[in-house]
Design a protein around this ligand. Structure first.
Ligand SMILES: *Cc1c(COP(=O)(O)O)cnc(C)c1O
Length: 397
């Protein structure tokens, strides 16, 4: 396959750079710097060294023996991104972009966060790399995620509440964009998933591809063969593309992305962009978006905040249309059952996002041969979700 994106940042008809004129200089600078650094050995070596030192990479590829036995299907391996520092894969990308900021001589990073997980990963690298961090967050989200706001502040970041519009993620994005336009000389905008204008979806895919490169090496070592199936949850799409991309040119390997089915696809309360969405432009890129016939963005719902977003990365949109990756969804209920299953069977409490991928393995296991191999990306650990689940089940604190 020819490498994507093309020089204009297109993944087929998706992707591109739908940004205001005032942001183009910043986007072009990032594009030029990355075009150089992605082939620069010293940069890549520094990135690998930081992943080892700060994140604890490589993460294990873990054979889930009891889960395999219980489901009675293929051999199931878990790629343990839950063991990354800060508890999820997001830090792979924030480390890479912190290094980019340093190379651009930008001492300040800004970001927006909804649930706060990306904000915590940004605040963590800002502390570790001696950068100043300002994180925009809707004031409603700040109330819902008070503990993560406190974590970011502990780490020395400034959390700026956005008291406009719906007081959630999309308002925080607008505010961060305004900041970037004003302070572009000193400031790098650190995006959290494979979204936004080119070159972000490419850069973040490249940084997260360490997941799939390690998994490829590890499964060959453990089994002497490549896997038959890869499964990962899809919010913006960074952990999934990180696992899938290093296998994308192996056409025999089936890849399954799992979106948030929320209360069910018929309910309208979900974040399944490929079932309920259509191509449109959101946040600087052309991709599948949950929108009404007038292009107004639909409200989304998922039990897991990390999957609850109306757009998906443009590279996924291309693989969806070409059929290279198969997309499905798991409902809140299915994810919660998978959450319990993995906790009891393996002693691993998964993030609710990752539980969506486990739920797909439960559905798919009986369709596969026992000699086959499935790798599931365990994108994060569930400590952050325990409180929410306890309350849902009636616990009082
Ligand atoms: C943020 C998050 C996700 C969703 O983001 P992607 O970009 O789709 O990977 C999934 N799992 C965990 C644990 C997360 O924190």
């Amino acid at each position: 396959m020819t490498p994507v994106p093309d020089p204009r940042g297109r993944f087929g008809q998706y992707g591109g750079q739908y940004v205001p004129e005032t942001l183009m200089p910043a986007i072009l600078e990032l594009q030029e710097v990355y075009a150089r650094l992605c082939h620069d050995r010293s940069f890549q070596q520094e990135f690998q060294a930081c992943l080892k030192k700060h994140v604890g990479r490589p993460t294990p590829l873990y054979f889930a023996k009891r889960l395999t036995r219980t489901l009675g299907g293929p051999k199931i391996y878990l790629k343990r991104e839950d063991l990354c520092h800060t508890g999820a894969h997001k830090i792979n990308n924030t480390i890479g972009q912190a290094l980019l900021a340093q190379r651009m001589n930008k001492r300040r990073i800004i970001a927006e966060t909804g649930a706060g997980q990306h904000g915590v990963a940004v605040a963590t690298v800002a502390a570790a790399f001696d950068l100043e961090a300002e994180i925009y967050m809707g004031t409603d989200d700040m109330k819902r995620q008070a503990l993560n706001v406190f974590r970011m502040q502990l780490l020395g970041a400034t959390v700026t509440g956005v008291n406009a519009g719906s007081r959630t993620l999309k308002d925080a994005i607008s505010e961060a964009m305004r900041d970037w336009t004003t302070n572009v000389r000193t400031t790098h905008y650190l995006l959290g998933s494979v979204l936004g204008a080119h070159p972000y979806p490419m850069i973040i895919r490249d940084f997260q591809s360490v997941i799939g490169r390690e998994a490829r090496h590890q499964i060959l070592e453990a089994e002497g063969q490549l896997p038959h199936c890869l499964v990962a949850c899809v919010g913006g799409g960074s952990n999934s593309i990180g696992l899938f991309y290093p296998f994308i040119n192996d056409p025999q390997i089936r890849m399954v992305g799992v979106e948030a089915g929320g209360l069910g696809l018929d309910s309208g309360q979900h974040a399944a962009r490929f079932s309920g969405g259509s191509p449109g432009v959101l946040q600087g890129t052309m991709t599948y978006v949950l929108q009404d016939q007038h292009g107004q963005i639909n409200a989304t719902h998922s039990v897991s905040a990390g999957l609850d977003y109306p757009a998906v990365g443009p590279e996924h949109a291309m693989y969806h249309d070409s059929g290279r990756i198969h997309y499905t969804s798991a409902t809140d209920e299915e994810a919660l059952q998978a959450f319990d299953l993995l906790s009891c069977e393996e002693g691993i409490i998964p993030a609710l996002e990752s539980a969506h991928a486990i739920a797909e393995a439960v559905k798919r296991a009986h369709t596969m041969q026992k000699s086959h191999i499935m790798i599931i990306n365990l994108s994060g650990r569930g400590d952050k979700d325990v409180d929410q689940i306890a309350r849902m089940r009636g616990a009082e604190f």
